[in-house]
Design a protein around this ligand. Structure first.
Ligand code: SF4
Length: 219
């Protein structure tokens, strides 16, 4: 990283150490860097507290905080982290520091400039999110097997929509695809049974951190 990139600033909602609750790194001790702000308003959003507020920190300060924890797994999340332009040099700086970096992103913003060492966990917003119109379909062409695509499903209608996206865009040829139920809106078992009945080549997941800690901030 160019040394003066360490002076660039970001609005940071929180930095915390927990167990990764989703995707292929599930269960791994991980440091989370949650950036402030998001241009979307998903109906089922569970991190609305990150829309505003937070503390201005330099990239150097973030690296220092991250390095205090005994793991090299780092997840940059939000909000929508890519809404801050200095997210890109932050990701590169974390990679340069030897971290295994994942990025959780809404899929509404351009992912093409993300450092290729980063694993992008990208959402495809289903209709019940209220944000289906924000999906930036051009992002799909940039996904590789380092990345993962997550569809959060609130209803049978969302499920049918997700199945259609799998077919239309050959999503499982691009990267692993995750189907996740909206907590409190769709029974996890129901979604698992639909996937089994249809034999879909997707990974069913529930959010491990919510099983362990409920919807507690900083966990
Ligand atoms: S993109 Fe993520 S942070 Fe933004 S509203 Fe949707 S769920 Fe919440």
């Amino acid at each position: 990283m160019v040394e003066n990139h360490r002076q660039l600033t970001l609005k940071v909602s929180e930095i915390f150490y927990s167990v990764q609750g989703e995707a292929s790194r599930v269960g791994l001790p991980t440091v989370f860097v949650r950036l402030t702000g998001c241009p979307l308003r998903c109906t089922w959003c569970d991190t609305a507290y990150a829309f505003t507020g937070g503390e201005t920190q330099t990239i150097g300060q973030v690296l220092y905080e991250v390095a205090k924890h005994p793991t090299h797994h780092v997840c940059v999340s939000g909000g929508e982290p890519l809404a801050q332009k200095n997210c890109l040099p932050l990701l590169t700086a974390l990679c340069d520091d030897g971290c295994d970096v994942s990025l959780e992103t809404s899929g509404a913003l351009d992912i093409s400039a993300v450092d290729p060492r980063v694993s992008r966990i990208m959402d495809l917003k289903a209709p019940d999110s209220g944000e289906v119109g924000r999906n930036r379909l051009a992002n799909l062409a940039h996904l590789t097997h380092r990345d993962e695509l997550k569809i959060v499903i609130a209803s049978r209608g969302d499920y049918e929509w997700a199945k259609e996206q799998l077919r239309e865009h050959a999503l499982t040829d691009k990267c692993p695809v995750l189907f996740s139920p909206v907590a409190g809106q769709l029974e996890p078992r129901q979604l698992a049974e639909w996937i089994l009945t249809d034999g879909l080549p997707v990974r069913f997941q529930v959010q491990l951190h919510k099983i362990l800690w409920g919807n507690m901030k900083g966990k």
